[in-house]
Design a protein. Structure first.
Length: 161
C-alpha cells in the first residue's frame, strides 16, 4: 500500500480517536501525532480508556462515519490559516510604495478574510489531502503507555488485519 495513504489513514484514525475520547471524557486535553506505524497521544489519559476509544473510532470509520476523520483542532487547519493569512498580508504590503501605516489596514483586512476562508478550506484539506476515512482492513494491535519524557505519552500501533 502507498505509504502516504497509510499515513492519511492513521491520521484519520487519530482524529476519530480524539473525537471519541473528547465525548467520553469531557474537558480532556490531549494532542496527537500520526506516523507510518500509528500515532502517539500526548497528555493524561488512562490506557484502557484510550484503547477502547481507538477501537471504537476505527470501528465507526469502518462503518462509514467518514466525518470522524476531520477534526477542528488539526494542525492542517493551522497551517492552512497561517499560509492564507501570510499570503494575504504579503500581498497587501506589496505593490505601490506606501508607508507601513498606510498598508496596515489592508494587511489586517486581507489576513482577516483569509482566516475566514481558512475554516472551510482547512476542513477540505483534511478530507482530501491529509486524512483518509477509508480504513478497511486495519486493526489496532497495541496501545501502550511510553515511559520517560515530561508529558504522559501513549503509542497506538495500527497494522493490516
Amino acid at each position: 500500500m502507498n505509504i502516504l495513504h497509510r499515513l492519511r489513514q492513521h491520521h484519520g484514525i487519530e482524529h476519530a480517536t480524539m473525537t471519541v475520547l473528547s465525548r467520553k471524557v469531557p474537558g480532556i486535553q490531549l494532542a496527537a501525532r500520526s506516523d507510518f506505524e500509528g500515532f502517539t497521544v500526548f497528555g493524561v489519559v488512562d490506557t484502557a480508556t484510550l484503547r477502547a476509544a481507538a477501537e471504537e473510532a476505527l470501528a465507526r470509520l469502518q462503518a462509514g462515519q467518514a466525518e470522524l476523520a476531520v477534526h477542528p483542532n488539526c494542525g492542517t487547519n493551522l497551517v492552512t490559516a497561517g499560509t492564507l493569512a501570510g499570503v494575504a498580508a504579503f500581498m497587501a504590503g506589496s505593490g505601490r510604495q506606501r508607508s507601513a501605516w498606510d498598508r496596515l489596514p489592508s494587511a489586517i483586512l486581507g489576513a482577516t478574510l483569509a482566516m475566514i476562508a481558512a475554516v472551510p478550506l482547512g476542513r477540505w484539506m483534511q478530507a482530501k489531502v491529509t486524512t483518509s476515512p477509508h480504513v478497511a482492513g486495519l486493526r489496532i494491535v497495541d496501545v501502550a503507555r511510553l515511559n520517560g519524557g515530561p508529558v504522559m505519552r501513549h503509542r497506538v500501533v495500527i497494522h493490516e488485519a
